[in-house]
Design a protein around this ligand. Structure first.
Ligand SMILES: Nc1ncnc2c1ncn2[C@@H]1O[C@H](COP(=O)(O)OP(=O)(O)OP(=O)(O)O)[C@@H](O)[C@H]1O
Ligand SMILES: [Mg+2]
Length: 319
């Protein structure tokens, strides 16, 4: 036996090790009580899940950002998730796609980020259960000018969204087609970006510029934003060019590309004119089924990257 004396006397072993390391020895009873208390707290206090905040971004116009925000949001809600869609585009298309009637005198996201109204007051219910939204309108374009010289101007949306993080599973932010202070606010407010890319030749050119902006946000602003993936939209598999571009995106894009490809679909184009997401317009159309698959893929990412959804205590809230 190597240490018969210590084996027969475990207290001696503990005291010897700790005193040699010159560590003050708390009484063993205190340590056990502390461990017992921690175990009870961990088992009995449910952890508050924070929303995954995903910005839908592409500086190129008309790539399907709003269509994706509205329909991904609707299907996530239909799959039982609590979803908030923040319209952060002065065009206000995401709001109107959910049946919102714009009125320039109403309070919108502009008033929310400027602190002119309580966040609750601009929260709206949509025709889909579990899907709420915050409208935007042209006032938001003015924010670009007003914020230019304000300190911490990149953090306004983040500060606003933090009011809702604990109440939703997903917060989607529909961004305008630009790389501006609005899109920077969107990225700083988000954990992830989802990039709709149209399967056409010029789409590839803008992607590298967009990625550079994401890296700038990661490195210069120390914000660990992830790229949840590129999404191929308006895909017509009968077109040779579309097939080739889709193949190129899958081959060269350095990050994840969603398996789901959103087909060109008349129902997706028509649904906003009825103020409805496609799930309430033509749920059996190919476009609707594609967004349903996408919603499942997005949810499945949580299993692949369990750290994607943060526990309440771990999230590094800036404000
Ligand atoms: N899969 C699709 N099939 C057919 N039409 C589509 C599809 N996706 C989007 N559209 C239509 O294409 C147009 C542009 O789509 P959308 O508004 O979603 O793009 P966007 O990227 O948000 O545009 P913007 O850059 O102006 O914000 C809209 O008229 C929309 O209805
Ligand atoms: Mg849009």
């Amino acid at each position: 036996m190597l240490c018969p004396r210590w084996e027969s006397n475990p207290h001696l072993l503990r005291d010897t090790i700790l005193s040699r390391a010159r560590i003050p020895v708390p009484p063993l009873g205190h340590i056990l009580f502390y461990l017992f208390l921690t175990a009870i707290i961990n088992n009995n206090c449910p952890k508050i899940k924070m929303a995954r905040v995903i910005s839908v971004i592409n500086q190129k116009g008309g790539t399907g950002k709003t269509t994706t925000s509205v329909n991904l949001g609707a299907y996530l809600a239909a799959l039982g998730k609590r979803v908030l869609l923040v319209d952060f585009d002065p065009q206000g298309n995401a709001s109107s796609g959910l049946g919102h009637r714009h009125n320039l005198n109403e309070e919108s996201i502009y008033h929310g980020i400027a602190g002119l109204v309580s966040p609750e007051k601009i929260l709206r219910g949509s025709p889909v259960i579990n899907l709420h939204y915050i409208p935007a309108n042209n006032h938001l374009a003015g924010a670009l000018v007003e914020l230019v010289n304000v300190p911490e101007r990149e953090y306004f949306l983040r500060k606003f969204i933090n009011n809702f993080r604990h109440r939703y599973d997903y917060i989607l932010v529909d961004l305008p087609p630009s790389l501006s202070l609005l899109t920077v606010n969107g990225m700083i407010a988000s954990d992830e970006v989802l990039i709709p890319v149209q399967a056409e030749y010029y789409s590839l050119e803008g992607l590298s510029q967009l990625l550079e902006t994401v890296y700038l946000i990661q490195n210069n602003m120390s914000h660990p934003i992830k790229i949840s993936g590129a999404l191929i939209t308006m895909f017509d598999k009968r077109e040779r060019l579309a097939r080739e571009v889709a193949k190129e995106i899958r081959r060269h894009f350095r990050h994840h590309v969603f398996e789901t490809e959103i087909p060109r679909s008349v129902s997706l184009a028509e649904a906003p004119s009825f103020g409805k997401p496609v799930i309430l317009y033509h749920p059996d159309s190919p476009g609707a089924l594609a967004y349903k698959r996408l919603a499942r893929e997005v949810i499945d990412q949580e299993r692949a990257f369990p750290d994607i959804q943060k526990d309440f205590g771990n999230f590094n809230i800036k404000f």
